[in-house]
Design a protein around this ligand. Structure first.
Ligand code: BGO
Length: 275
């Protein structure tokens, strides 16, 4: 069986450039089943694969794993249901705060993540300083600096992804939310059916708290479990005087802000992507 790498990231993070640089002529283009969203897959080489085939699937560019756009649904269905061995998450180093919003959600799916810190060629030019070692430690995943444009770091990235894929070791994320939210997530995890594997439970628990329509439809809970989730949601929403999705979004950004403060020094304001 081939090693499956899912390439994920925000629009404009350089995913198309990266995919083309990685796969060259070895790619085929189709559509995702049932939708008119383009699906691209390609083969890559890695000595670490020891003869096994390595296939990269380019997921649509997205900002979040919400259920609101076709691209988001296609991406999350692939990550959760098609069992990729590893996610390579492209993070635009010049726009790190926004990009990490998706990263925190990808990590929660339980699929191992390797971060490609892309646009690395612009880091120095823009006077940005990133403590990748510390950032990697805080997020619990390896980070490889890449420039899809200048084609640097690409083989190292694939080798690292294959290494992580072969280890088959999930590193569950540390605490992201406030104590109150984390406690609710733990409670909901305990209510989920066994059909959801242990490593995926956190992602589903957050989605149940958010009342994500597609998840609620796909995963049947008992009446008691459903009303327990609803009670937890109502209590937190009342405490915050806000709706759950906004609370989760706010807390994610607070977490990102906290880790960014100790790992990233921003430089000059944005020049163009090709500088
Ligand atoms: C234009 N470094 C730099 N400097 N730029 C990069 C890198 C990198 O590592 N990776 C990608 N880019 P996409 P999505 C452009 O097209 O791959 C650039 O949406 C331009 N075009 O070249 O399309 C890449 O697939 C005119 O820039 O991203 C592209 O994720 C002026 O980032 C842009 C300036 O890459 C988005 C940039 C006519």
């Amino acid at each position: 069986m081939a090693i499956k790498i899912a390439l994920a990231g925000n629009p404009n993070c350089g995913k198309t450039t990266m995919f083309n640089a990685l796969t060259g002529a070895n790619q085929y283009v189709g559509n995702w089943p049932g939708v008119t969203v383009e699906k691209k897959e390609g083969k890559v080489k890695s000595k670490k694969a020891k003869g096994e085939e390595v296939v990269v699937t380019d997921l649509p560019g997205i900002y979040s794993l919400s259920p609101y756009t076709l691209e988001e649904v296609v991406s999350r269905d692939y990550v959760l249901n098609e069992n990729p061995d590893v996610i390579v998450d492209l993070v635009d180093a010049t726009n790190i705060e926004r990009n990490l919003y998706l990263t925190t959600q990808l990590i929660e799916t339980g699929v191992p993540v390797v971060i490609a810190l892309n646009m690395a060629d612009l880091i120095e030019k823009r006077g940005i300083k990133i403590d990748t070692k510390r950032l990697s430690m805080l997020l619990g995943c390896t980070i490889v600096e890449t420039s899809a444009l200048k084609q640097t770091g690409l083989q190292e990235l694939i080798d690292e992804a294959v290494k992580v894929a072969k280890k088959k070791e999930t590193r569950l994320p540390g605490e992201i939310f406030s104590k109150e939210m984390e406690a609710a997530v733990e409670d909901v995890k305990g209510l989920l059916p066994d059909s959801i594997t242990e490593e995926k439970k956190r992602w589903y628990a957050v989605k149940f708290l958010e009342n994500d329509s597609k998840v609620v439809e796909a995963v049947k809970l008992s009446d008691v479990a459903r009303s327990t989730v609803a009670d937890l949601r109502t209590k937190i929403e009342k405490n915050h005087d806000d709706d759950m999705e906004s609370i989760v979004t706010d807390e994610r950004y607070k977490y990102i802000q906290k880790i960014i403060t100790t790992t990233v020094q921003k430089g000059k304001e944005k020049l163009t992507a090709s500088d």
